[in-house]
Design a protein around this ligand. Structure first.
Ligand SMILES: CC/C=C\C/C=C\C/C=C\C/C=C/C(=O)SCCNC(=O)CCNC(=O)[C@H](O)C(C)(C)COP(=O)(O)OP(=O)(O)OC[C@H]1O[C@@H](n2cnc3c(N)ncnc32)[C@H](O)[C@@H]1OP(=O)(O)O
Length: 241
């Protein structure tokens, strides 16, 4: 991913990601992809706050549809998808990595990962929650979501948010080794098993997709939510000054 400075998942970047995924899926010489970051120290800052702040309802609806699409397409991809997480990964950045089949995280205490939405005064939607529950179990997910926990590497490994923590200079090579292991499995059996495991979760969003967009638009348009997001963005900007 190369969307400096922080790989935020803007509408434009999400569209590019989806086009790239589609191209790779349509090229039958590709069997797997490794998602990693070109922004030093940052895997992805998550959803782009500027897409959710100070815009009109039509824009929010279009943006949310793209976020849903990203989740659905990566979560259900027939390719082996591995995240080589070489930086901090809050909220939507964590969600993107949770759509992958395997997560390798660099062992740097700054590289925290988690669904921290509550800290911003927003609520992780049910399909964010379902993805986390499927990964770390109900009790750990409940605690992590309510407290908006961002796990440093050792904790992330202990709770199961990531599958492996390795020295920073070994993230890419480890992801490639893991890819080789996953590609050794007969593709059709692996793909069908992935579908078996993930389809019920994806189906829930597919059947409630429009209602979920409406909920998001209603929620994000609230004055109180706009105020918190605006204040949060300002705080990020002032950090420098
Ligand atoms: C009932 C429920 C119904 C419906 C559901 C409703 C709502 C749920 C909606 C959404 C779920 C939300 C998911 C998300 O992903 S929200 C985003 C969460 N992300 C974060 O909290 C991370 C914020 N960023 C940071 O903490 C730091 O930037 C970071 C640690 C990533 C990097 O720090 P660094 O010091 O290296 O850079 P900065 O100086 O902080 O940032 C540079 C630059 O980038 C801008 N920035 C940062 N993050 C974002 C972002 N997520 N979106 C947009 N822009 C971002 C930052 O403001 C700086 O800008 P500038 O000053 O102009 O250079």
């Amino acid at each position: 991913m190369r969307n400096p400075p922080v790989n935020s998942l803007s509408l434009e970047f999400l569209t590019e990601l989806l086009i790239s995924l589609e191209k790779l899926e349509n090229d039958k010489t590709f069997h797997g992809i490794i998602i990693t970051s070109d922004c030093p120290g940052i895997f992805s800052a998550g959803l782009d706050l500027t897409e959710m702040c100070g815009r009109d309802p039509e824009h929010y609806a279009e943006y949310w549809k793209a976020v849903q699409e990203m989740w659905l397409r990566f979560y259900l991809s027939n390719l082996v998808v591995i995240a080589a997480i070489n930086g901090v990964s809050p909220a939507g950045g964590c969600l993107l990595s949770l759509t992958c089949d395997y997560r390798v995280l660099a062992n740097n205490p700054k590289y925290a990962i988690g669904l921290n939405e509550t800290l911003l005064g927003i609520v992780a939607p049910f399909w964010f929650k379902d993805t986390l529950v499927n990964t770390i179990g109900h009790r750990s997910a409940e605690r992590a979501l309510q407290l908006g926990l961002l796990f440093p590497p050792a904790e992330a490994l202990r709770v199961g948010v990531v599958d492996q923590v390795v020295p920073e200079d070994q993230v890419q090579s480890t992801a490639r080794l893991v890819m080789a292991q996953w590609l050794d499995i007969p593709d059709h059996a692996r793909q069908l098993t992935k579908t078996l495991m993930r389809k019920p979760t994806a189906d829930r969003l597919l059947t409630e997709r429009d209602a979920d967009i409406q909920n998001f638009v209603r929620f994000i348009c609230k004055d109180s939510i706009q105020k918190s997001l605006h204040a949060y963005l300002e705080k990020l900007k002032q950090k420098k000054g």
